[in-house]
Design a binder for this molecule. Sequence first.
Ligand SMILES: Nc1ncnc2c1ncn2[C@@H]1O[C@H](COP(=O)(O)OP(=O)(O)OP(=O)(O)O)[C@@H](O)[C@H]1O
Length: 280
Amino acid sequence: MENQAPLLHVENLRVSYRSGKTYNTVVKGVSFDLGRERLGIVGESGSGKSTIGRALLKLLPTARIDADRMDFAGTDLLAATERQMLAIRGRRISMILQDPKFSLNPVHRVGDQIAEAYRVHTRASAQAARQKTLEMLEAVKIRDPERVFGLYPHEVSGGMGQRIMIAMMLIPEPQIIIADEPTSALDVTVRMQVLNILNELVINKGIGLIMISHDLNLVRNFCDRVMVMRSGEVVEEHAARDMKNCTHPYTQGLLAAQPHIGGSRKPLPVLNRDIKEVRA
Ligand SMILES: Nc1ncnc2c1ncn2[C@@H]1O[C@H](COP(=O)(O)OP(=O)(O)OP(=O)(O)O)[C@@H](O)[C@H]1O
């Protein structure tokens, strides 16, 4: 990241959903930069994390998106036309969602879907796209790419499905990946494999990764930087390694509410949303 312009520069982002005749603001002035690094966005359900991810791609047809700046590698995303956004979505900024079942087409073989994602963006020949797909399946640690290429989505496990999704999102070589709860449907071992793959991408390919999660422990162990959201606002931002020094009672509450192996058997503290403290 040293001396490099950020990939993404967001200043005072506000997002409001229409509610009858009025608008309900759910992201209330969020600012951040993203370099070639892993930025975690955490917060409880409804705090606005996913809305930020979708706003960056202007994938919110019923919402109003305002910002002072929303720049991606020299492109003003706010001013970008739908045509320009089509060239950015998937090709230059990819999004990985929690459950691959909703993103893969059930009636097409997974290999064909990945190859198609490549051809849409590059106009490569069918043969070149197939070859590239096999390489991508290998890159996401799928052992027998030839066999997996020919499977249908219902024939793959959750963990393999998520790796297939990652392969599909990566094949056009995006500069930014937004991963929205990418591992929350996976068991612990597969979760680690998927995180390792994302990690290698940031390190080896210089991708910027935004990891959206409600799991503060996961994010602080995996990311370089963590932004904590509450009710549409950023309450605190830290280098992940400094998270233990967080000062905001809400962040302290989130940390205290995380279970850990070998911890006390007492009930976990409950996050108190009205007053700024945690009750045990
Ligand atoms: N399409 C929509 N129309 C209206 N309100 C919405 C819509 N999508 C989300 N919201 C509201 O916006 C707020 C923020 O939602 P968002 O999904 O961004 O939160 P989140 O932090 O990602 O939560 P979760 O972890 O549960 O996904 C919530 O109050 C939610 O109800």
